[in-house]
Design a protein around this ligand. Structure first.
Ligand SMILES: Nc1nc2c(ncn2[C@@H]2O[C@H](COP(=O)(O)OP(=O)(O)OP(=O)(O)O)[C@@H](O)[C@H]2O)c(=O)[nH]1
Ligand SMILES: [Mg+2]
Length: 243
């Protein structure tokens, strides 16, 4: 809203209404809503080299990675989610950023651990993923999706071992306990504290797409990770600016 009483040349002062509309959660959700399909690749070397922060969603097949991306971006079919495990078979990149200017990328990776996948394909995929996690230069953060009813499985532990050196070197790491709607409060509290111990200093959050648990929390974390020098804090109201 423009303040018509401003002297010429002074930027318009934001009204209280504008300021309250820009809470950190609103900023983060608005940013995530800008997500658009960027590219898809069957293997690492087909991915474009990028210089914006990349945030990768990894985890067992069927854990809910694609659903989580759709929920966070508030788009029903951006990432392909399905009841049938193993639906995501390529590395899919989604660009984020206002006014079409990409300032970060989300990556949806195929899940691992799906029993029906032939052994050769499993090994091939594990190599592609390990390669991606170890060598992708602009990889800035990893979000490990975990079904809390199974907890962290052996394959999740292997993944943790693979990324540990990069996490120690500053890579951000979040474990999302998905499908929290399937847990009682007591179960949720228990699995949260156990996973915090296993996550090696990474963040852990409960999440549910249908019950809308944890969405804004995760959104704000991703926003902060992609914009470490910016503050999403609302512009103070006029009275505070003048004080
Ligand atoms: N109850 C519940 N179901 C969920 C939630 N998130 C995902 N699902 C369901 O879990 C199934 C798998 O979801 P996807 O998002 O396709 O899982 P994915 O991790 O991308 O699976 P792959 O692509 O095979 O690796 C679908 O039937 C989703 O509807 C959640 O928060 N709560
Ligand atoms: Mg998927």
């Amino acid at each position: 809203m423009t303040n018509t009483s401003n002297p010429p040349g002074t930027p318009p002062v934001k009204s209280v209404a504008d300021a309250s509309a820009k809470s950190p959660a609103v900023v983060a959700m608005g940013w995530l809503h800008t997500a658009r399909f960027l590219t898809t690749a069957p293997q690492l070397h087909f991915l474009p080299e990028l210089d914006v922060p990349e945030i990768a969603f990894v985890g067992r097949s069927n854990a809910g990675k694609s659903t989580c991306i759709n929920t966070l971006t508030q788009q029903k079919q951006l990432a392909f989610a399905s009841k049938k495990p193993g639906r995501t078979q390529h590395i899919n990149l989604f660009a984020l950023g206002k006014q079409g200017v990409t300032d970060a990328v989300l990556t949806d990776l195929p899940g691992y651990g799906y029993a029906a996948v032939p052994k050769q394909d499993k090994i091939r995929w594990q190599q592609v993923m390990a390669n991606y996690l170890v060598t992708r230069k602009n990889l800035h953060a990893i979000v490990l999706m975990c079904d809390p009813r199974h907890g962290m499985t052996e394959l999740d532990e292997i993944l943790l071992d693979v990324i540990r050196p990069r996490v120690q070197a500053g890579l951000k790491f979040l474990v999302i306990l998905t499908k929290a709607d399937k847990l009682t409060r007591a179960e949720a509290a228990k699995v949260l504290s156990i996973t915090k111990l296993q996550a090696g200093g990474g963040e852990v959050k409960l999440f549910s797409a249908p019950k809308r648990i944890g969405i804004e929390d995760v959104a704000q974390l991703l926003w902060q990770w992609a914009h470490p020098t910016d503050s999403p804090v609302a512009t103070p109201p006029e009275s505070a600016q003048e004080a």
